[in-house]
Ligand binder design. Structure first.
Ligand code: P71
Length: 455
């Protein structure tokens, strides 16, 4: 048994509303789980982003917020934390991860340029497209096979990457490694792969960045799974990962266990000056970037807590616990289990529902009705339409994600979640799919609504 390395000091009441009420609420919001009120949800596994429980140490830091417009001491603490943990020279704060993406892409991506990566997250891709670039996924083939066991399904396929680069090296804006790879199921990237990607980018004089939202969970997997890293500390592994990067973007709402925040960290002073200008324009002055002083203090402290090995072992252990329980009950899930979430294969769970009728969204709706559990679709709705043809994209992975917030739920909560999924599985043959009632034009999972099919 892995023991939790913390105890509970503050609690938040949760409540399970009756089934008829849940059926009514979800119908009223057009079967879009983003539109539910949080009081209508019992266990919320929509995201692990900004939903973690802060420590007493972080809350104490909140009281030390220095809200000066310029020169806040909390920014100094944030800068020191990033420098000491990741080893980069310059830090620019942003309001959250997509703020960092916006600032970086405004400078690095010219129209028609390409950003290859393992598998870009949807906001990352949307920001590349926003500046008229192209986001290309070069993840290894195993990433698309839900049942194949591979220790580093987030790895980049080096020959695919070289293929793109060799076509027109001048047209590559930069290469991005997302660690862990969220869209691929929270799967890690190995240090060997990071080194190989770096060799390719160095040879071609291309910048290499990391989307570091879950960098600490990635480092934990390297320690566990990669030869030669068993006896290294998480801190040492993180330093080695980042030593291959020109910089990173970070959504601090994940591995920094903060409720809001983000940053860009880089080594190059000239690039820093350009990015600083855009930061002021879009996010705020360079010593706050859209965060309050107290947020920056909690973030600086959370970064250190997020790389503690006993915390990571327990956290990733919780995800594994849910994964194993569901798998043992015969539920089709992505393997190996990710760092922050368990991904259920919607097409495998509801094989009678066509992909155009959103099997994974249907599964999310049914788990809410069954027990007030909220997950999120990472499938056809999220994938949207092709930029050129306007046709629906049918992704090879059509999944329901159960993201586990950090330090929030106990084993009993997780047992309950598994019970609810299994109950839905038992009545799966009677479950009907959905179609759009309103289709939102971009990032359509947020704002679209749905109708249930009659037959
Ligand atoms: C996640 C999120 C947040 C989210 C996004 C869309 C719908 C629901 C929840 C955000 C990420 C991420 C990676 C790898 C950048 C961002 C953007 N993930 N990179 O997984 O996972 O960061 O949310 O702070 O702007 O639930 P941001």
């Amino acid at each position: 048994m892995i023991l939790p390395p913390y105890k509970i000091k503050v609690v938040e009441k949760i409540n399970l509303i009756p089934r008829e009420e849940r059926e009514k609420r979800i119908r009223e919001v057009g079967y879009n789980l983003f539109f539910l009120q949080s009081q209508d949800i019992y266990i919320d596994l929509l995201t692990d982003s900004g939903t973690g429980a802060m420590s007493d140490n972080q809350w104490a830091g909140i009281m030390l917020g220095d809200e000066s417009y310029a020169g806040s001491i909390n920014f100094k603490h944030l800068e020191e934390a990033v420098k000491s943990i990741m080893g980069f020279k310059y830090v620019l704060p942003t309001h959250q991860g997509r703020g960092a993406e916006h600032v970086l892409d405004e400078i690095l991506v010219k129209p028609c340029q390409v950003v290859p990566g393992n598998m870009h997250f949807d906001t990352t891709k949307a920001h590349i497209i926003n500046v008229r670039g192209r986001a290309i996924d070069c993840v290894i083939e195993e990433a698309y096979q839900p049942d194949t066991e591979h220790p580093f399904k987030g790895n980049i396929d080096i020959s695919k990457l070289e293929g793109f680069i060799n076509k027109d090296p001048e047209n590559i804006a930069y290469v991005l490694i997302t660690a862990t790879c969220n869209s691929g199921g929270g799967q890690p990237v190995s240090l060997e792969n990071i080194r190989q990607v770096h060799e390719v980018t160095k040879k071609n004089n291309i910048a290499l960045f990391m989307d570091a939202a879950r960098f600490a969970e990635n480092a934990f997997f390297i320690k566990e799974r990669e030869a030669g890293y068993k006896d290294k500390s998480i801190q040492e592994i993180v330093k080695e990962m980042m030593s291959h990067m020109d910089g990173c973007t970070m959504s601090a709402k994940k591995d920094a266990i903060n409720n809001i925040g983000g940053f860009i960290a880089i080594n190059d002073k000239k690039l820093y000056d350009k990015l600083a200008h855009k930061t002021v324009l879009f996010e705020g002055f360079i010593t706050y970037g859209g965060m309050s002083g107290r947020d920056m203090e909690a973030l600086a402290r959370g970064l250190f807590e997020g790389i503690e090995e006993d915390y990571l072992r327990y956290r990733i252990g919780q995800v594994r616990y849910v994964g194993e329980k569901l798998s043992n009950a015969g539920i089709p899930i992505m393997k190996p289990f990710g760092g922050h979430a368990v991904f259920i294969n919607g097409k495998g769970f509801l094989p009678h529902i066509k992909q155009e009728n959103f099997p994974s969204q249907t599964l999310c709706i049914e788990c809410y009705i069954e027990g007030g559990v909220r997950g999120v679709e990472v499938g056809t709705i999220l994938a949207g339409r092709d930029q050129n043809t306007g046709k629906n994209i049918y992704p090879r992975l059509d999944l329901m994600r159960l993201a586990i917030p950090r330090r929030v739920y106990c084993s009993e909560h997780l047992d309950y979640v598994c019970e609810i999924v299994v109950n839905a599985y038992k009545r799966r043959e009677k479950i009907k799919g959905f179609e759009f009632d309103y289709e939102s034009p971009t990032l359509r999972h947020f704002l679209s609504t749905f109708k249930r099919l009659k037959n």
